[in-house]
Design a protein around this ligand. Sequence first.
Ligand code: ADP
Ligand code: XUL
Length: 560
Amino acid sequence: MGFAFPEDSLFLGFDSSTQSLKATVLDGNLTLVESQTVHFDSELPHYETKDGVYRDPNEDGRIVSPTLMWVEALDLLLDKLKSKVDLTKVTAISGSGQQHGSVYWKKGSEVTLSSLDPNEKLAPQLKDAFSLTESPIWMDSSTTKQCRELENAFGGAIELARVTGSRAHERYTGPQIKKIFETQRGVYENTDRISLVSSFMASILIGKYASIDETDGAGMNLMDIKSRVWSKIALEATSPGLEEKLGKLAPAHAVAGTIAPYFVNRFNFNKSCLVIQWSGDNPNSLAGLTLNTPGDLAISLGTSDTVFGITDEAKPSLEGHVFPNPVDPNCYMVMLVYKNGSLTREDLRNKYADKSWDVFNQHLEKVSPLNGGRLGFYYKEHEILPPLPVGYHRYVLEKWDEGSLDEMKEHEVEGFDPPSEIRAIVEGQFLSMRGHAERFGMPNPPNRIIATGGASANASILKSMAQIFGSSVYTVQRPDSASLGAAVRAAHGWLCNEEGKFVPISQIYEENLDKTALSSKLAVSAGETETDKALLQKYTLLMKKRLDIERSLVEKLGRV
Ligand code: ADP
Ligand code: XUL
């Protein structure tokens, strides 16, 4: 390395995700020092969340989380960290937040934020700081009306995508803000600043409102992804006076501020500790997975399932999302998102596999690849990709093994035997990912896939992923690539600040990657035999058939 981090320095990365708040601490060689988690449902039970969220029984698609729970989780996590790590050594902090979720600071809250009493916990001091106590999050799907209005203001969905990187999506922050303006005018007017989950957590750490970073800012349908400023048309179509409530944008590698005195006094942080801009969880994972060549594909199997890669040019489409790359302002990241990820796999595991991942895997291995022509579509939550309502749909294909798409007629059935249900949900997700990734111009087949997220610990699931994509699958040492990526971005942001200019992130791990917490290892090799290749061809046909059935389901049941 051409430089050295200050002796003994530590870098701290957080991940404020749907179900938990996690932290990863790295040393100056980027090796793992500590990791800690606060699980919302079990460790903060007084908020009475299920999977970290409230699903509103009275309003279809409304899903929120209590804002104060995230604050209390930070208190708790820092207490845990303080007993394990000498926090005076932390040189820089950064973080990751579930994307799109928004926080509404009440007028006057910045004063509270800047004068927190270190003898008291955070949550009681911030309990009155929000004009809205329940934050809309990425699982929400209650803003279809606002989405259509926003697209109309641009003259169509694709036009909006060209400017902001995505067509309008219910979970995106712009439509969410518009809904609050339209249905809770008093709340909107009493709001000083709107933060994303990422900039919200950064604000607490620096004791003043932090900027929204340009990468997570692209998940709002409000920012022009090329010029990286708020789009005037989008602002006007959303709500009046919005620009002021959003504040400025900053690149993800920029310094948000130095740590607030509260944390110096209460948790022994060094007063010169820098807070680097927080960003979204998927962008942080991209950093943690050291994704750096366009042929690489990352698949994250967390609460949501996501597929992402990098590209030099922004070519937005109706299906995917384009964001500025958080560790290289000259290029972009592209992404597909599924709302039905781990929680839906858990639902099938609980129904058909005795609530056990071991039984789930035994079922999966019991049925041969291709599942005897059985295809399942499982939407426990309103899905994003494709846009379909809650419901499970199962089909059996005729002549599925004869090599002709035309002959593969499907008929719908009520259910499969338990092992086939399990194989259907696993194969179905990867067939969908492959089909949509190819349509979005992602590499086919990928050079390699890097898998992350909670379910990437499951070897049987990874085997199916390798067979369906025809690619080798790598895993990282730790499935929590978002908090790891945040720690790496803390180190990167610190270096950029030190050099007074942007420097490529590879400089912080050059030649040493294998010795760091970022190293990946081969989990499943791409099959090279004739049998493997024949299987891949059959999966290609099945993928096409799946996309056909999916299209007809969307025509019948879906949102436009
Ligand atoms: P988040 O998106 O909230 O950060 P994680 O990446 O931590 O979520 O993933 C949590 C999910 O991982 C759990 O909901 C669980 O279903 C899933 N998971 C954990 N272990 C396994 C396993 N062995 N097989 C499949 N899924 C698993
Ligand atoms: C991305 C998305 C989810 C959330 C939560 O667009 O909605 O992946 O970031 O993980």
